[in-house]
Design a protein around this ligand. Structure first.
Ligand SMILES: [Zn+2]
Length: 290
């Protein structure tokens, strides 16, 4: 029988609506998919447009009439992988269990759940934890024309990060090293669209695009830089260029860190990106460990 939201408990918690259900249901198993119980239950944020929850952790399972919408927080009680190995999360309601692919869900870090601009260097953006779905700093300013890779793109950054980026880029210039910014602030909606398009294209598996809320570019403190050599643009080879070497040796002086390195890959799940610089502040940059 189709089920609907009104039969479940809905309440406010922190930033968004939390959906939960009081019905106690025994463990549920789906063929070879092993279902794990989440103890304690975890709030997961749905960032897709809309999704008809399934009665089993599989896209092949019939759609229920229970449709989740963007911004809903759901108190998940169960986890399972589908037959392709993609994670799903489920919750019990009214005697049944409803499932959503993990590809459309994320967890907002506790440290990020506060109003206004997050303190620089203390934002939590990593593989497991995200920014809130509505996060957007309000002190963004455009980058001067001379440091833009493309003149028509404003490359906004937060005031403090922007000042330090300019000082950093000028210092490079003074030493004859030419660096331009190729990417700066990205909105949540841009990241969400990029990610959802990628999932549409490649399925529920691991995506090369970060989930919305998981990109450091959403902080307004992060830049991608490039030298004049087009072949090394956003490529691992950038690290070997004169510009890449200069960046590596000097970025910390200006409060920037290279977030993704070969060394921290097991932790970050990203390949090395010697062009991707996050501003965390001069003091924090000295002994920053992502
Ligand atoms: Zn980047």
């Amino acid at each position: 029988m189709a089920r609907s939201f009104p039969r479940c408990k809905v309440f406010q918690s922190g930033f968004a609506i939390l959906l939960a259900c009081s019905a106690a249901v025994g463990a549920w198993a789906n063929g070879s998919a092993a279902v794990r119980r989440l103890e304690p239950p975890q709030a997961w944020l749905f960032f897709g447009d809309e999704f008809a929850a399934r009665s089993a952790p599989s896209l092949k399972a019939p759609e229920s009439s229970l449709r989740v919408k963007r911004g809903m927080n759901i108190l998940m009680t169960q986890a399972a992988d589908d037959l392709e190995g993609h994670p799903w999360l489920g919750w019990e309601c009214d005697g049944g269990t409803f499932w959503i692919p993990g590809a459309y869900l994320t967890r907002v870090a506790k440290a990020n759940q506060k109003p206004g601009n997050l303190p620089i260097g203390e934002e939590v953006v990593n593989y497991d934890e995200a920014l809130p779905l509505k996060y957007a700093p309000d002190d963004l300013e455009e980058l001067p024309l001379e440091f833009r890779y493309s003149a028509s793109i404003p490359y906004p950054l937060r005031t403090e990060a922007r000042e330090h980026a300019i000082a950093f880029l000028r210092a490079a210039q003074d030493e004859g090293v030419s660096l331009k910014v190729v990417s700066a602030f990205r909105t949540m909606e841009t990241q969400r669209r990029l990610y959802l398009e990628k999932v549409k294209e490649t399925g529920l598996g691991e995506s090369l695009v970060a989930k919305p809320g998981h990109s450091e570019h959403q902080l307004g403190t992060t830049i991608d830089v490039a030298g004049p050599d087009k072949a090394s643009l956003l490529a691992p080879e950038f690290g070997d260029t004169r510009e890449g070497q200069w960046v590596k040796q000097n970025c910390r002086r200006f409060g920037f860190v290279i977030s993704y390195t070969a060394k921290n890959r097991p932790l970050t799940h990203y390949s090395s990106e010697p062009w991707h610089l996050r501003y965390v502040g001069v003091d924090k940059a000295k002994d920053w460990k992502p």
